[in-house]
Design a protein around this ligand. Structure first.
Ligand SMILES: *Cc1c(COP(=O)(O)O)cnc(C)c1O
Length: 370
């Protein structure tokens, strides 16, 4: 008789896809007791008075009801976040979910003849969810390396588009994990090259810090989708992402959206936050000021190379990233080691910009960890 452990192993082998069994889970480290600078979270909460008011609003939410298509929240997003007139938004449980839904929407399976599996493309290094979502949806992911200074290799991108005819191309603006803004003219050339054969998704997760956007270009490019999130602005915990694009395209993506993917609590909290966008924008201003200070102080450290950032994080190269990360961990500072992620990121680490106190603590710990 086989043990139940053997039986479950057989069951998994017989049912779960080979490529799923082969991947490692997305690891979220336990951060209790640490200064948490690994996930681009806003260190500030809403002020006490607003939190009390939000508490009341949440208490009044109709938790007994399923959420209904979110008209008020969508209208608030369109009105306050620069969505062009005549354009609607689609909401996701974080932009992570929207990435997965778009990948699923294009993941046509090649059958017979010269039919090929759909290709999802992004310049790399890129946000890991782009390749993961493509894989899980059953599409092939093609990464096109950026240049050594992390700028787009336009020629290589255009050649890869010609060769692979991707159905979906993700361009993070600014890019994560590098922090830089790609050249907008190069991005337009890519969107134009995709034309009627591919959808370009400009992922503006860091728009609150970059203060620049492709949103107003939507009317110029029918194959353009602009995606954002409230996460980096200070609401990572509520999980709300949104995207905008041509209504007919959104209608297709909407078919894949689980009808109640955004909870009533998220809806209420997001509406409340948008009514107080000035508070969140002021926090982003503070973080941008700290980014300037932190970048300068990091650049002054011997052996450290700091890369320009338009986001709420800074990527830098140190003499020995593994050593620096483990020493920082013993000093109770959690950051992201990028070294293994991509050839171009050898000995690179990424730190979230935080409060002046936490940034100073990082600098002091780093001086002892290089
Ligand atoms: C953080 C991040 C996201 C994910 O945002 P959520 O809305 O929290 O899922 C998407 N894209 C990029 C480039 C990011 O860095």
């Amino acid at each position: 008789m086989t043990s139940s452990k053997d039986a479950i192993a057989k069951l998994i082998e017989n049912t779960i896809r080979d490529d799923i069994r082969a991947v490692a889970s997305y690891h979220v480290p336990d951060a209790s007791g640490y200064i948490k600078l690994d996930a681009m979270e806003n260190p500030y909460q809403l002020p006490e008075s607003l939190r009390a008011e939000l508490g009341q609003r949440l208490a009044d939410a109709a938790l007994n009801r399923y959420p209904v298509s979110y008209p008020t929240l969508k209208a608030k997003i369109c009105a306050s976040l620069g969505v062009p007139a005549g354009y609607d938004v689609m909401l996701g449980n974080g932009s992570d979910e929207l990435i997965s839904l778009m990948a699923a929407a294009v993941a046509r399976q090649g059958r017979g003849g010269d039919a090929r599996r759909a290709v999802v493309m992004a310049p790399t290094p890129a946000f890991v969810m782009f390749s993961r979502a493509a894989q899980f949806a059953g599409a092939d992911f093609v990464g096109v390396p950026v240049k050594a200074d992390f700028s787009l290799d336009l020629e290589a991108m255009l050649a890869a588009i010609e060769q692979h005819r991707p159905a979906l191309v993700f361009l993070a603006y600014p890019n994560n994990p590098t922090g830089n803004l790609f050249d907008a003219g190069h991005m337009e050339a890519i969107i134009r090259a995709l034309g009627e054969t591919g959808i370009a998704v400009v992922d503006e997760a860091y728009q609150p810090f970059a203060r620049t956007s492709f949103m107003d270009r939507l009317p110029a490019f029918p194959n353009l989708v602009v995606m954002r999130t409230l996460s980096k602005l200070g609401l990572a915990g509520i999980r709300l992402g949104y995207l905008s694009g041509d209504a007919a395209l959104l209608e297709q993506f909407e078919k894949l959206r689980p009808p109640y993917n955004v909870s009533v609590l998220t809806q209420v909290a997001a509406e409340f936050a948008l009514e107080h966008l000035d508070v969140l924008d002021a926090q982003a201003d503070l973080l941008n000021q700290e980014r300037t200070r932190l970048a300068a102080e990091l650049a002054a450290l011997a052996g450290v190379e700091v890369f320009p950032s338009a986001a709420n994080f800074i990527s830098l190269r140190v003499p020995d990233a593994d050593k620096t990360c483990s020493e920082l961990r013993t000093r109770k500072v959690l950051i992201k080691n990028l070294s293994k992620m991509d050839k171009l990121l050898a000995n690179c680490i990424r730190v979230t910009v935080s409060t002046p106190e936490e940034n100073t603590a990082l600098l002091n710990a780093l001086k002892a960890s290089l």
